[in-house]
Write a protein that binds this ligand. Sequence first.
Ligand SMILES: CC(C)(COP(=O)(O)OP(=O)(O)OC[C@H]1O[C@@H](n2cnc3c(N)ncnc32)[C@H](O)[C@@H]1OP(=O)(O)O)[C@@H](O)C(=O)NCCC(=O)NCCS
Length: 183
Amino acid sequence: MLPSRPPNRRGDISALSSENGLVAATVRTYIPGTMHIRRYNEPDLPAILALCRQEGWPSLIENPLRANRVLTAPGVTTMVADEDGMVIGFAQIQSDGEVQAHLSLIAVHADHRRRGIARILIERGLKEAGGLRLDLITDGAANFYGALPHIKMTGYRLYPGYTGPDRYEPGLEWEDGRKVKKA
Ligand SMILES: CC(C)(COP(=O)(O)OP(=O)(O)OC[C@H]1O[C@@H](n2cnc3c(N)ncnc32)[C@H](O)[C@@H]1OP(=O)(O)O)[C@@H](O)C(=O)NCCC(=O)NCCS
């Protein structure tokens, strides 16, 4: 279990103006103390897997070797928040390096939330990865993303070629990515 630390924040400094549908957001600055935002290295893997376990995310945990490849793959930028040598948050971004970027994973240890760590991971991560904007899907962190400058769109997670029952519509089946007509 990671030790908890008191919040470590400073006040508001500015507000963004609304333009072309971009949602205005209040920008706060945080003084991160001894926290260091840096690129992921292989020795960070156990701490990242612990964060995934905390969230009940199985994809990385079930195969650590694959997880390391996932976090270091071409086009992937993985950033960690390191406080006194302890990884307390991470973000994985995929980017073409110039325009489009996608936030695939982000988590901050439960004892260290609301210190601005996720915001900094995203800001620094996009700078490192390259990109004009960051797309993502979420089913549980709308309060966090809504606090960042954003445009709301509809997101989908696709499973091309899927065969099996539909997740939402009882009685609907898919076969090789095509809807199977009900009798
Ligand atoms: C979502 C998550 C990454 C946010 O991390 P964080 O470091 O606490 O976020 P920040 O401190 O940078 O938050 C920035 C702003 O977002 C908003 N925010 C963040 N978490 C919030 C919450 N739980 N409720 C309401 N607003 C929230 C606040 O406006 C906050 O600024 P403030 O603290 O000055 O009010 C973290 O809660 C987490 O790891 N959750 C579990 C994993 C998860 O859901 N990941 C996203 C999957 S899509």
